[in-house]
Design a protein around this ligand. Structure first.
Ligand code: SF4
Ligand code: SF4
Ligand code: FES
Length: 249
C-alpha cells in the first residue's frame, strides 16, 4: 500500500475586489510521494476551495507560468515535490505557498507579469534583423556553432520570473531592468543576426539599467534552469563600460 502523509498547505489569499488585507488559508490534504506542489494546489482547488487562484499550464517546467514562493523561496510549483519540500518547512508537515515578490499581486498566487513584458519591450528583447529586408528569403542567415554556444544557456530561459523575486535592486527600484530582461539583452546582443546591440547597450547604461545591479548572485541562485545569469550581467556591464569609455554613449 502506498504511504500517504497529511500535509497542511498554508496558502496566501488576496482578492482585491473583496479583501481589505491579504490573509492565509490552511488546507490539510493527503499526499503521496511524487506529488508536486502544483498537483496539491489542483487538488485543493478541485476538492476544497474552487476560488483558489494560481497560474499553470504545462505541468512540466516549460511554460514558466507556475512560479511562486514555496516555504519562502521562489520556485516552479510543477517541478517542486511536496515530500522533498518538507525539509524546508519551519513547522512540521506545513508548506507555505505565496506569490513571488517584486511583481504586483493580482489575486492569491497570481502576479501581474505586465511590468516584465513592458521591460522586455523597452530593452528590445527580440532579434531586430541585421539583414536588409530585400535580402530576406533570398539569403541564408547562418549562426556558427561557436556563436550559438555563447548564448545557448540563455535560450533556456522560460521567463517564469522566479529569479526576480529576491532581486534587491528590483525591490529598491521597481523600474530596474530586472534579471530576466538582462539575460534576454545578453542573448540578443550575442546574436549576429541582430542589429540593435548599440541601442540596447545605450538603454542598459541609463538609470534603472545594468549598472544598478548589485552583483548579489541571488538571481543565478534561484534560476529554475540553472542559467549562469551573472556571466551575462557581467558581460553586459563590461560592454556598457567599454561603450561609455569610447565616448560612443
Ligand atoms: S545580481 Fe543583480 S540582477 Fe541578480 S538579483 Fe542581484 S541585483 Fe538583481
Ligand atoms: S532566468 Fe531562470 S528563473 Fe529567471 S525567468 Fe529565466 S528561467 Fe526563470
Ligand atoms: S506549469 Fe508550466 S512551468 Fe509550471
Amino acid at each position: 500500500m502506498k504511504e500517504v502523509k497529511a500535509i497542511t498547505f498554508r496558502v496566501f489569499r488576496f482578492n482585491p475586489q473583496i479583501d481589505e488585507h491579504p490573509y492565509y488559508d490552511s488546507f490539510e490534504i493527503p499526499t503521496e510521494r511524487g506529488i508536486t506542489v502544483l498537483r496539491a494546489l489542483d487538488y485543493i482547488k478541485q476538492n476544497l476551495e474552487p476560488r483558489l487562484s494560481f497560474s499553470s499550464f504545462c505541468h512540466a517546467g516549460i511554460c514558466g507560468s507556475c512560479s511562486m514562493k514555496i516555504n519562502g523561496m521562489a520556485k516552479l510549483a510543477c517541478t517542486t515535490q511536496v515530500w522533498d519540500e518538507l525539509k524546508n518547512s519551519v513547522e512540521k508537515n506545513v508548506i507555505t505557498v505565496e506569490p513571488i515578490n517584486n511583481l504586483p499581486a493580482l489575486r492569491d498566487l497570481i502576479v501581474d507579469m505586465q511590468p516584465l513584458v513592458r521591460k522586455l519591450e523597452t530593452y528590445l528583447g527580440w532579434v531586430e534583423p541585421a539583414m536588409p529586408e530585400q535580402e530576406m528569403g533570398k539569403k541564408e542567415c547562418t549562426v556558427s556553432e561557436e556563436e550559438f554556444r555563447v548564448y545557448d544557456p540563455a535560450t533556456d530561459c522560460i521567463l517564469c520570473g522566479t529569479c526576480l523575486s529576491d532581486c534587491p535592486a528590483l525591490k529598491a527600484d521597481p523600474d530596474y531592468v530586472s534579471p530576466p530582461v538582462l539575460l534576454r539583452s545578453f542573448r540578443m546582443n550575442a546574436d549576429s543576426r541582430d542589429k540593435s546591440e548599440e541601442e540596447r547597450l545605450e538603454l542598459l547604461g541609463e538609470l534603472h539599467g545594468v549598472m544598478d545591479c548589485r552583483g548579489c548572485n541571488r538571481c543565478a541562485f534561484t534560476c529554475v534552469k540553472n542559467i549562469p545569469i551573472m556571466q551575462a550581467i557581467q558581460s553586459l556591464r563590461e560592454r556598457v563600460m567599454q561603450k561609455k569609455l569610447s565616448g560612443k554613449s
